[in-house]
Design a protein around this ligand. Structure first.
Ligand SMILES: *Cc1c(COP(=O)(O)O)cnc(C)c1O
Length: 378
């Protein structure tokens, strides 16, 4: 047998993963094993996954366009609903052009594998998402990682006019934000390009939910490549890459995961379009989410876990050891609270954590229940 499929070692180390049998889930609740849980593990930060506007848009588009796109975008898949969504994204975020992908993972692959050649360098924050790191390893460019959010470390490693700096808006496993004014000025000074993956900032931060750049007083045009996903605060699935018309034309020609993949299903594009419209007017939801974030942070401040500096929906509690993290998650589950136990290699060794995520769909009473259960679990 050419492959060793044993998972015994991973299991002994508390690292074995298995699919939980979820019956259904939304921003607030999760159903599994015939039981209802409060969901503190998802990414539906504004509770849009079941918004009536999204359901109606998707149903209407299914009747008008069918449930599948029928082809990849460059063949015959790119339809009116896709162009409407692209235009809405450009208008919302102030982008010249965008293109759509069925997932953030493939969006990052398209950009990072198509753009740099072997003479180029990619500088990535050490905590960048796996989809960014992996695309970097597969690209012909040299990949250099810099210490998390450390602008002095990045500056020391930069060479002029030679590549692309990549960071996340909000870090997916830590919930903190990158220092974008610093990144923008380093990119300008060194003559390098800059890319943001704002999967977790989009919809949650900034005026009109425009994301991390807006929150920090910057514009989309301050970066060369703006990537965002539809599977988090927008409540659907899929992603976009935005930038100059020339960049998008280039990626239409050379982004392999765009060219060789069936286009976004029209009902999905329509649901995202409805979400883009809702999100811009969702200040009440964003305010409520911020109230819950403050409530949670105050409520757990006395506990013996490290709370990371996050003002976003992602509020991890660093436990450290893998088995202890699993035990804590199990104790919470027993009380009807579902949290994510995140272990290496998703996060660095020794920093296993509960990845607690809050949503505007939660109530203050829901968050209080979580705080009480965390105190009781010790
Ligand atoms: C979720 C995520 C992705 C991947 O997006 P999908 O649409 O889920 O494939 C990429 N980057 C970051 C930072 C993410 O959190």
């Amino acid at each position: 047998m050419p492959f060793n499929l044993s998972l015994a070692e991973r299991e002994a180390a508390g690292l074995k993963r298995s699919l939980p049998a979820i019956e259904r889930v939304d921003g607030r609740c999760l159903y599994a094993g015939g039981r209802q849980y409060l969901n503190f593990a998802g990414n539906d930060y504004l509770g849009l996954s079941r918004a009536p506007e999204l359901l109606a848009a998707s149903e209407q588009a299914a009747h008008q366009y069918g449930v599948g796109a029928v082809a990849s975008p460059l063949v015959v898949g790119h339809q009116t609903i896709h162009r409407e969504l692209e235009q809405a994204l450009c208008d919302w975020l102030g982008l010249e052009a965008v293109m759509l992908f069925s997932s953030g993972f493939s969006a990052n692959q398209a950009v990072i594998k198509a753009l740099p050649g072997k003479e180029h360098t990619l500088w990535q924050d050490r905590l960048n998402h796996a989809s960014l790191q992996e695309a970097g390893l597969l690209s012909p460019a040299r990949m250099v990682r810099f210490a998390h959010n450390d602008m002095a470390a990045l500056e020391r490693k930069l060479t002029p006019n030679s590549g692309l700096i990549i960071s996340e808006g909000v870090f997916s496993m830590d919930g903190d934000t990158a220092p974008w004014p610093g990144l923008v000025s380093l990119a300008r000074q060194s003559g390098n390009w800059l890319m943001i993956d704002d999967a977790h900032g989009l919809g949650v931060l900034g005026a009109k939910g425009k994301g991390t750049l807006a929150e920090q007083g910057l514009e989309a045009s301050d970066v060369n490549i703006f990537m965002g996903t539809f599977g988090k605060a927008l409540g659907v699935s899929g992603a976009f890459v935005g930038g100059s018309r020339a960049l998008i034309d280039y990626l239409h020609n050379l982004g392999r995961s765009y060219i060789y993949s069936t286009h976004l299903p029209p009902p999905q594009a329509a649901a995202v379009l409805a979400a883009v419209r809702l999100v811009q007017q969702a200040d009440d939801k964003r305010d409520h989410l911020q109230t819950l974030i403050r409530q949670f942070r105050e409520g757990v401040s006395g506990l013996p876990f490290t709370l990371l500096p996050s003002n976003t929906a992602i509020q991890p509690l660093i436990v450290g050891e893998e088995h202890k993290t699993l035990e804590l998650a199990a104790a919470l589950k027993h009380q009807g609270l579902w949290t994510g136990a995140i272990r290496p290699p998703t996060v660095p060794k020794g920093s296993a954590r509960l990845r607690i995520t809050l949503s505007a769909a939660h109530t203050k009473a829901d968050v209080q229940q979580l705080i009480n259960a965390l105190h009781a679990a010790l």
